[in-house]
Ligand binder design. Structure first.
Ligand code: ATP
Ligand code: MG
Length: 462
């Protein structure tokens, strides 16, 4: 089932549950509230009538006159209320009911008034909400000067029930309308939420089919927007990786094929008697040196693969930067003398002996040697090594005064088998980068303002 339909269905079910639960709890609650309100109403009307009873002039009115005087205002207050005023000797002072009805109430008053004040009174088939009040005997009214008269006010429960169902119907009507509006809103919101997800799914399908160029950035906000951006970024990364992989295989096969063809050519020439004597000896020398070169390439490729995947081959020790540079210069000096290039080391720190980084000293030496040998090969007269420290980072710059790195090489300089016109295998810088990154460092290259290449390595200082 599609996500959008699932969301609609869940919200619809949730809405129906909420409506049903509300109805189940509200219906009886409504009844209780209405009964309590009715009791309040009866009490306030009863108090008003009792005040009237107690304030009527004693002398001027007969009991029947006073009763009439009470009935009138009592009925003005609320027509849905029945009132009955009796003396303890069951002498009825007034009643808003018919004679027959009044007679049915007399035994009930006796039965209920002693207890069950808060409950409902049952009279025949009907239930009543009843409030009884007693007049103040000290107050000399016309009705009963000595004994307290009892006022019984009642409302049939059926009336309250009709209010209840009327109110409940209205409430449910309002809630259903509200529910429909909420559902409509939810349709709108879920559509807005799900549409970008569906678009994202399409973009991911393109990634799956490796159509990286067709992947588009979906414009939307929030978390989905962030995911969309990540997918777009991922597609870019995969595209680059894919391209690099393809280039690597092309370059690797080319690098391996050339010496193999040379070896094959000489081997067949010697076998077929085309090369004889000195030429055959020379051919064997070429075969031997090409095999040596192939061995070198394969060793470097294995090292690179190990550096990128294995943990075991890399020691993590404290390495003195000063010792690292000294060793590099010692090892590279013969090449520098050969190429007639001067090496100048410059420390821009107070105590160079205190500079330390963490990594594998042998591999770090190899990384710096690769960069130094490149610099010496390309330099005109001198190579400078500048060491500095800033914000907990040790920076090692290798600068030469040569022709600089060709612009077209710069973006992919550190990739495997990328090399310039007079390059060798094109693996040196890839190995250097892998080593520097294994030491949590970073390496970059650019050309200086006045020509010449600058290789910069940064390591967290220990
Ligand atoms: N200091 C430099 N000045 C100018 N070009 C450079 C410099 N260092 C490197 N390059 C260019 O970068 C290319 C790649 O260098 P890298 O060290 O990876 O390979 P390589 O030197 O050709 O072969 P090897 O694997 O034997 O080191 C070189 O072929 C060269 O064209
Ligand atoms: Mg090199």
């Amino acid at each position: 089932m599609k996500l959008i339909y699932k969301l609609h269905l869940s919200f619809g079910i949730l809405l129906v549950c909420v409506l049903m639960l509300t109805a189940t709890f509200v219906y009886p609650l409504l009844m209780d509230t209405l009964i309590n309100n009715q009791r309040e109403e009866l009490r306030s009307q009863g108090s008003a009538m009792m005040e009237l009873v107690n304030s009527l002039p004693v002398q001027d009115l007969t009991p029947s006159q006073s009763a009439a005087a009470i009935v009138q205002p009592a009925q003005e207050i609320n027509r849905s209320v029945d009132a009955l005023l009796i003396e303890p000797n069951r002498n009825i002072l007034f009643s808003t009911m018919t004679e027959a009805q009044t007679q049915t109430w007399l035994p009930l008053i006796e039965q209920y008034s002693s207890h069950n004040q808060q409950g409902l009174w049952e009279n025949g088939q009907e239930k009543y909400i009843v409030e009884t009040l007693t007049s103040n005997p000290q107050n000399l009214g016309p009705v009963s000067a000595v004994t307290p008269a009892t006022l019984v006010l009642s409302t049939p429960l059926s009336k309250v029930k009709s209010y209840q169902s009327e109110l409940f119907t209205r409430m449910m009507f309002i809630m259903v309308i509200g529910g429909i509006i909420a559902f409509g809103l939810s349709l709108f919101i879920t559509k807005r939420l799900v549409t970008p997800l569906e678009k994202l799914k399409l973009e991911l399908k393109k990634v799956e089919k490796r159509h990286f160029d067709e992947v588009q950035l979906i414009q939307t906000g929030g978390e989905i927007g962030e995911v969309a951006q990540s997918v777009h970024h991922l597609a870019g990364e995969l595209k680059q990786y894919h391209h690099a992989q393809r280039q690597f295989f092309q370059n690797a096969s080319h690098e391996l094929k050339t010496p193999l063809m040379t070896i094959q050519g000489y081997a067949e020439g010697i076998r077929d008697g085309i090369f004889t004597g000195d030429r055959a000896d020379n051919g064997l020398d070429v075969i031997s040196s090409e095999c040596e070169r192939l061995k070198g390439i394969v060793t470097e490729m294995i090292l690179l693969a190990k550096l990128e995947s294995e943990d075991g081959i890399f020691d993590q020790e404290e390495v003195s930067v000063e010792q690292l540079i000294d060793k590099t210069v010692d090892r590279i000096r013969p090449l520098a003398i050969n190429e007639e290039v001067d090496i100048r080391v410059k420390y821009e720190v107070d105590k160079q002996s205190k500079l330390h980084i963490v990594g594998d000293s042998e591999k770090l030496l190899q990384a710096v040697l690769n960069i130094m040998s490149n610099a010496i090969r390309h330099a005109s007269h001198a190579v400078y090594i500048e060491i500095s420290e800033q914000d907990g980072q040790v920076q090692i710059d290798v600068i030469d005064d040569g022709e600089g790195i060709p612009d077209h090489l710069l973006p992919q300089l550190f990739q495997r088998f990328i090399k310039g016109k007079n390059g060798e295998t094109g693996l040196g810088l890839a190995i250097s980068r892998a080593i520097v990154e294994r030491c949590n460092g970073a390496i970059s290259a650019h050309n200086g303002e006045h020509g010449g290449a600058i290789f910069r390595m940064n390591f967290p200082s220990k």
